[in-house]
Design a protein around this ligand. Structure first.
Ligand SMILES: Nc1nc(=O)c2c([nH]1)NC[C@@H]1CN(c3ccc(C(=O)N[C@@H](CCC(=O)O)C(=O)O)cc3)CN21
Ligand SMILES: O=c1ccn([C@H]2C[C@H](O)[C@@H](COP(=O)(O)O)O2)c(=O)[nH]1
Length: 282
């Protein structure tokens, strides 16, 4: 059975049983028809996934792994903030007439900063540190730039990825772990989507750094289920659970900037039927 299913079902049950509602409060998001989008929310959720055991895709319904990877490449590899560089349409509502989502996501990854040993953007600095100083405790990307928030069309949700290397006894290669900090999580639309994205990112970075991918720790401040998603979630978490799919990367890729979605190999992904037309709060 996929452990990611167990974690997802436990988290949803906890939110539904012990969460608090925002109904009647002043909330920013709304539905397409203008109705406020209220949530049931739980503060401070922490989920741990061990990629050495299995890939953390849920099987209750299919997570679109190639689309997940495409979005993560859009942000961390293409470093783009324009939806025309993305193959899905999930960001269209937040784009302006030029396709830009403002100074968000990929824009922040591509921003160059000055260091004592040269000028690097956020991703290049991570890759360099993992090569040259892997046991540093300073390896991270952070998309939450206060001075640019006013020019972002949506504030970053999963914004801080901290990379941490351990040398496990008996292992020939070091293990690369990641702690992902997320301030806000739409559990139905994007929880497993975000988890699989950062799992794939961790696998890509580990591979080009000659390391094994280890744990992904996902810390969520506000984990919420939108009001219109509650019946969908109830049905979803009552479904049968299957074995996790086998997910790997083309082992020949050694340069982070050479990965494409064709390099993601997904095998034996048995899962429940897709939930069609999930409404997304804007
Ligand atoms: N309310 C809200 N929830 C989000 O998850 C979210 C936002 N807003 N705003 C920005 C991005 C866009 N995100 C989205 C938007 C739509 C889907 C979605 O419709 N997913 C479909 C499958 C899409 C596909 O197959 O490519 C799904 O079934 O989950 C997922 C993430 C995540 N983010
Ligand atoms: O990667 C993402 C991007 C967005 N979300 C969700 C979380 C919230 O439901 C909305 C953002 O609204 P805020 O009012 O800015 O919190 O988008 C996500 O879960 N994952």
């Amino acid at each position: 059975m996929s452990k990611a299913d167990d974690i997802f079902v436990d988290m949803c049950t906890d939110i539904l049983e012990n969460g608090t509602t925002t109904e009647g409060q002043k909330v920013r998001p709304h539905w397409e028809d203008g109705t406020p989008a209220y949530t049931i929310k739980r503060f401070g959720v922490c989920n741990r996934y061990d990629l050495r055991e299995e890939f953390p895709a849920i099987t209750l319904r299919r997570t679109a792994l190639k689309s997940c990877m495409d979005e993560v490449l859009w942000i961390y590899q293409r470093k783009s903030n324009n939806v025309h560089d993305l193959h899905s349409h999930i960001w269209d509502e937040w784009a302006d007439e030029t396709g830009s989502i403002g100074k968000a996501y990929g824009y922040q990854v591509g921003k160059v900063s000055h260091y004592a040993d040269g000028d690097y953007d956020q991703m290049d600095r991570v890759l360099k540190d993992l090569r040259e100083n892997p046991y540093s405790r300073r390896i991270m990307t952070n998309l939450y730039t206060f001075s640019d928030l006013s020019e972002m069309h949506l504030y970053p949700c999963a914004y801080n990825a901290i990379y941490n290397v351990t040398q496990e006894p008996g292992e020939s290669r070091p293990t690369l772990n990641m702690l992902l900090v997320q301030r806000s999580q739409d559990v139905l639309a994007a929880n497993n989507w975000n988890v699989c994205q950062y799992a794939i990112l961790l696998m890509m970075v580990a591979q080009v750094s000659n390391m094994n991918a280890g744990e992904l720790v996902h810390m969520i401040a506000d984990a919420h289920i939108y009001d219109r998603h509650v019946p969908i979630i109830r049905e979803l978490i009552s479904r049968p659970r299957h074995t996790a799919p086998k997910v790997s990367l083309n082992p020949e890729v050694t340069d982070f900037y050479q990965f494409t979605t064709d390099d993601l190999i997904v095998e034996d992904y048995e899962c429940g039927p897709q939930v069609k037309n999930i409404p997304i709060a804007i």
